[in-house]
Write a protein that binds this ligand. Structure first.
Ligand code: F6R
Length: 359
């Protein structure tokens, strides 16, 4: 039931702070100890490489997961689009462990990979929002996202739930393998900060609607750019805008733009930069300048500690690794308001279904 909300998507965006709290309550003790199946953690610890498999938004959540598993648990991690992996499997390590990210648990492309993984006898984990879904039944282990039903076709709370759960899992693994960075990472406190930060952003709806009207409503092309983890969020931000507003939008590694794609920038093209990582903040700012010099209308989404006068949207500070949980929220709302004010059916964009059960 969407209650007083005009569309499920907005309700689901608003639910994200609670989803963060629910995940912390479910998977962490009051003191932050992980409440996760020991056998699962041991099976992951025994692996020499993690393979994250997903499609669309779930693939994008995997791109953040790679950073979390590598930083916190020091386990090399690859992320693959399921429809590609199924038919062109990369060379595998000796002891692979597979993580399937799938909100619905029914995506045929991802299931095809799991069938092959099971045939080969490799251990696997499905992270899903739907208990007893096909991929949850067929994997060795399952963890539930506890995000509540996601009805809008455009995925929002499942993306942030997947990232938060990957962070909890990476922290637990890192502690098991004795990584100091994991021991010092107070995940319980961080998820609390994330929940509060998300709330502050969803409380700024008017501002985001205004930004959408000013910069996105009348355009047919846009860019989100960033480096590293900000690049990964750019891909998700662009997908959100594409699928519900039908604006052609690319998520781009900001340094790569000048190697060709910058030719697409015209007078007024919106280029939105994510700046949440200290070591690349200056670089992304100069890449934004380069687009501005070609006529782009630039906007910045910046974490507080890196913000300067004139930044367009300032995000509360949480650990750098968890900034995607905050930076994606304004992008979800920009997509929402653009779709809404174009008079489109936000929850049911054309040509799309909620779960894609064909390959
Ligand atoms: C985009 C979106 C899709 C899904 C993709 C995978 O907003 O929802 O890209 O993420 O179809 O679906 P699941 O996660 O159910 O496997």
């Amino acid at each position: 039931d969407k209650g007083t909300y005009p569309f499920y998507m907005l309700k689901e965006v608003d639910e994200q702070p609670n989803v963060m709290r629910k995940l912390a309550q479910t998977y962490l003790s009051e003191h932050g100890e992980p409440n996760i199946d020991k056998q699962l953690l041991q099976a992951m610890e025994a692996a020499d490489r993690l393979y994250i498999i997903g499609a669309g938004t779930s693939y994008h959540a995997g791109l953040i997961g790679k950073r979390l598993f590598e930083n916190l648990a020091h386990i090399p991690t690859e992320v693959h689009v399921s429809s590609e992996f199924a038919y062109e499997q990369p060379m595998l390590s000796e002891k692979p462990f597979f993580i399937f990210l799938t909100q619905s648990g029914e995506t045929a492309d991802s299931r095809e990979v799991l069938v092959n993984v099971n045939d080969a006898g490799y251990p696997s984990l499905t992270i899903t929002n739907v208990q007893n879904s096909t991929l949850s039944r067929e994997a060795t282990y399952t963890l539930l996202l506890h995000a509540g039903p996601e009805i809008a076709v455009a995925s929002t709370k499942a993306y942030t739930a997947q990232i938060a759960l990957e962070a909890i899992l990476a922290k637990a693994l890192g502690e098991l393998t004795g990584q100091i960075i994991a021991q010092n990472f107070n995940i319980r406190q961080q998820l609390g900060l994330v929940a509060t930060g998300m709330q502050a952003i969803v409380d700024e709806k008017d501002k985001l609607e205004e930004m959408s009207s000013k910069y996105l409503l009348k355009t047919n092309r846009a860019f989100y750019i960033g480096r590293g983890i900000d690049h990964a969020v750019s891909l998700e931000a662009a997908l959100k805008l594409k699928e519900i507003s039908y604006i052609q939008c690319e998520g781009f590694a900001s340094g790569e733009l000048k190697h060709g794609t910058i030719a697409l920038i015209e007078a007024g093209t919106p280029v939105i930069g994510f700046i949440t990582q200290a070591k690349t903040a200056g670089l992304t700012r100069s890449n934004l300048q380069e687009t501005m010099a070609r006529g782009a209308q630039t906007l910045t989404i910046v974490r507080e500690s890196l913000a300067v006068d004139g930044d367009d949207l300032v995000l509360p500070d949480v650990d750098e690794m968890l900034m995607p949980l905050l930076s994606v929220v304004p992008a979800q709302l920009l997509a929402y308001y653009t779709s809404l004010n174009k008079g489109l059916d936000v929850d049911k964009p054309r040509n799309l279904a909620k779960s894609v059960t064909v390959e």
